[in-house]
Design a protein around this ligand. Structure first.
Ligand code: HEM
Length: 454
């Protein structure tokens, strides 16, 4: 394994993409929301395939690769990466069986698989989570991206902890009566997961990656610090609200928490616009264009959420908004960044050992953006169409849009597969190679500006 390359990141990415395709297929087939109720066993299967199978595994895989870069430490998770992936995979399978038992698809005896599976997920993620947290702790004071990741890991733990309480309350309500008291608020589980874990990680990593890919100056003491503080304070208020139960302060706390989260999101979007304006790379690469589309999706979510709250129409808007958050913002950003990260890691794996000894192709020679771009356009257009159909209550149109972004995702995965197989790199000495002469040998740190060679 070349220096600087995480051994298990690609395995995490492959598993995550499998779960992403499976979840979209279930939605398009009409097995889960939007065809089924938002809280039903089948929908919970789809939701956790996306949240644990796709986004969590993708983020953990990416963190195993990038935390050493953010912190300047050596490789992490070499031994724990695989056991952790297996534990999460088996745990998620158990959870799926438990969810299916919830609505009678499987016999009630299978309900025990829900907390047992959740426990395995907790064990697997704790294993890598502790390793990532230790790498971050050893590198204090942390750069901005590292601070976001440190806070988001705490919310991962809280999300899973609360999910386990739900599971215990469903499976053994008499044996664990205390679990029921913590399970009043599903919103807290959802907010901690979608905002605290996913969005904070995505924000932190985007500060680092987008500045790096667009050659924009990084500003570790600017708005980003305020974004992190406001978001963490907003989420902390939501949690306090739950623990304070029926006290009179509770309503204002909840509203205050939501307000801080909205302000944090707006500041983040303003800061991202600054990074795009300040970039020194005039022509955007595909992953920076897709990130812009994902940021627009986040902006629409924020406006939609604030409008729904003010007008009191949030309950009827929450489904399409959650869909846009998951598929437009989080999955859109993730797919686009994969299209940059996978070629880079493949390049490092294939050409890293030859660096300095012979000429090597550039990272961009591993991709053909013109082939992938239409599929990304289809992906984002389909998510936009799905969101509009959701707002209009047109479930069949919504399913058709989901089918379209499933097709787009499949073709994007095919492009990633081609990158892995070096399909676009002309063999040395061929006519194609002559047409694309190898660029001068690049030192690895040029891909990670400002950091030591990974
Ligand atoms: C990254 C981790 C997780 C995220 C982001 C997450 C996200 C979610 C979301 C969005 C929902 C709402 C689904 C809907 O409205 O249809 C939900 C519900 C639920 N989650 Fe999780 N989840 C996570 C981990 C877990 C774990 C480890 C368990 C443990 C088994 C769990 C158990 C549950 C249960 C039982 C519900 C339904 C609660 C109810 O209906 O009252 N979750 N989760």
């Amino acid at each position: 394994m070349p220096v600087g390359l995480s051994r298990w990141t690609m395995a995490y990415f492959a598993t995550a993409l499998g779960a992403f395709l499976a979840a979209q297929a279930l939605m398009a087939a009409g097995v889960t929301y939007p065809s089924e109720a938002m809280i039903s066993g089948h929908t919970l299967v789809g939701v956790h395939l996306i949240t644990i199978g796709w986004l969590t595994l993708l983020m953990v895989g990416a963190l195993l690769q990038f935390v050493p870069v953010i912190t300047g430490t050596g490789e992490i998770g070499e031994r724990a990466g695989l056991p952790s992936l297996i534990a999460v995979g088996c745990g998620l399978s158990g959870m799926i069986a438990g969810f299916l038992a919830l609505d009678g698809t499987l016999p009630a005896a299978w309900l025990a698989a829900l907390p047992l599976g959740g426990g395995l997920v907790l064990a697997g993620l704790s294993l890598v989570g502790v390793i990532i947290a230790r790498a971050l702790a050893a590198a204090r004071p942390l750069a901005l991206a590292g601070r976001f990741v440190a806070v988001s890991l705490c919310f991962l733990l809280l999300t899973i902890g609360l999910g386990l309480c739900f599971a215990l309350a469903f499976a053994w309500p008499e044996a664990v009566p205390w679990a029921g008291r913590l399970t009043n608020d599903l919103t807290l589980h959802v907010a901690s997961g979608l905002i605290g874990w996913f969005t904070l990680t995505a924000i932190g990593v985007s500060y680092r990656l987008l500045s790096m890919f667009m050659l924009a100056p990084e500003d570790d003491s600017g708005l980003g610090v305020k974004v992190l503080r406001l978001a963490a304070a907003g989420l902390a208020l939501l949690w306090l609200d739950m623990f304070l139960g029926d006290m009179p302060i509770v309503g204002p706390m909840w509203k205050g928490g939501l307000f801080l989260l909205i302000v944090a999101a707006v500041l983040y979007l303003v800061d991202m616009a600054r990074i795009y304006r300040a970039r020194r790379r005039p022509i955007l690469e595909l992953n920076s264009k897709t990130a812009a589309a994902a940021l627009v999706a986040l902006g629409v979510c924020v406006v939609g959420f604030a409008t729904g709250k003010v007008t009191g129409r949030l309950p009827s808007m929450i489904g399409p908004l959650a869909y846009l958050l998951l598929f437009g913002w989080l999955s859109g950003l993730a797919l686009g960044q994969l299209y940059k990260i996978v070629p880079f890691l493949t390049w490092l794996e294939q050409y890293g050992p030859s660096l300095g000894k012979t000429a090597v192709p550039r990272v961009q020679d591993l991709v053909q953006e013109a082939r992938a771009a239409p599929w990304f356009v289809l992906y984002f257009a389909a998510v936009a169409a799905g969101t509009v159909s959701g707002f209009l209550g047109q479930v069949e149109l919504w399913r058709a849009a989901i089918f379209l972004h499933l097709v787009a995702s499949l073709f994007i995965v095919r492009e990633l597969w081609r990158v892995r197989r070096l399909r676009y790199v002309a063999p040395a000495g061929s006519a194609g190679a002559a047409a694309h002469p190898p660029a001068p040998v690049q030192p690895v740190q040029s891909a990670y500006p400002g950091k030591r060679s990974p």
